[in-house]
Design a protein around this ligand. Structure first.
Ligand SMILES: Nc1ncnc2c1ncn2[C@@H]1O[C@H](COP(=O)(O)OP(=O)(O)OP(=O)(O)O)[C@@H](O)[C@H]1O
Ligand SMILES: [Mg+2]
Length: 234
């Protein structure tokens, strides 16, 4: 497995948020995390990305322990984190925003370049010299993903990328994540919309109150009325 999270316990102060979460992502795989509001989905991604440090458990990436590491180190190892709030630099141009994403990493085959990102997102090429803050919501989402790719990740953690986007843009983000995955990048995706999650992933975890309550293929989830009724809004 590329990423292995085992019996993870994460706290915010005294609040015990993740209560023994275990999950895994294989090389080149797309996996989704589903669950209602406030169950700990974002906290799982933050724990992997090193933004919060679990008190117990283990997290390994390519066999190496990453628990307790600083976010920039985790990023250099090949994990890109795309938070819910799109963090582009509004005053920098599109090109400058992409340059910010370059990370020193060892031995990468076929590294991402600005040109390769622009081939991937032709809309961004058209916007090359414009300020990030002037882009539409969908273009900003492309820029965030493009900047993350510039760090040559092997795994990206994506938190609700379709949140607040119009249906057409949701389709675009789905298409982008599919294409990124086809380039060999593994994706761990938090998604509210079950149809989006199921379209992208073969495997899914359902989270409730800081625990994984279902782990299986999307077909198994679709067939499991109890899990859907109890833990998802359907
Ligand atoms: N920085 C923080 N300090 C204290 N409590 C927090 C903090 N961040 C999140 N929480 C709490 O931890 C719990 C899990 O939050 P988290 O953001 O991981 O949930 P989520 O599943 O991503 O929810 P949503 O679907 O709303 O994004 C919630 O009860 C939330 O209020
Ligand atoms: Mg969240």
């Amino acid at each position: 497995m590329l990423l292995e999270v085992t019996e993870n316990h994460t706290y915010y102060g005294k609040s015990h948020i993740l209560q023994g979460v275990s999950l895994a992502v294989d090389q080149g795989e797309t996996v989704t995390l589903l669950g209602r509001n406030g169950v700990g989905k974002s906290t799982i991604l933050k724990s992997i990305g090193g933004l919060v440090h679990p008190r117990r458990g283990s997290i390994t990436f390519k066999g190496q322990n990453i628990l307790g590491m600083r976010p920039y180190k985790i990023c250099r190892l090949g994990i890109g984190y795309i938070p819910e709030e799109r963090r582009i630099f509004p005053k920098l141009t599109v090109r400058q925003n992409l340059l910010v994403g370059i990370k020193p990493r060892y031995k990468v085959d076929n590294p991402w370049t600005i040109d390769r990102v622009y081939d991937f997102f032709p809309k961004l090429r058209e916007r090359d010299g414009q300020r990030g803050g002037n882009l539409s919501g969908g273009e900003q989402q492309m820029l965030t993903i493009g900047r993350t790719l510039m760090g040559n990740p092997e795994l990206i953690l994506v938190d609700e990328p379709t949140e607040g986007l119009a249906p057409l843009l949701v389709d675009m983000v789905v298409h982008i994540l599919k294409s990124v995955n086809q380039e060999g990048v593994a994706v761990l995706l938090v998604e509210h919309a079950m149809d989006v999650a199921l379209e992208l992933a073969k495997r899914t975890y359902v989270v409730s109150k800081g625990r994984v309550v279902f782990n299986g293929t999307c077909d198994e989830l679709l067939a499991n009325e109890e899990v859907k009724r109890k833990y998802l809004e359907v």
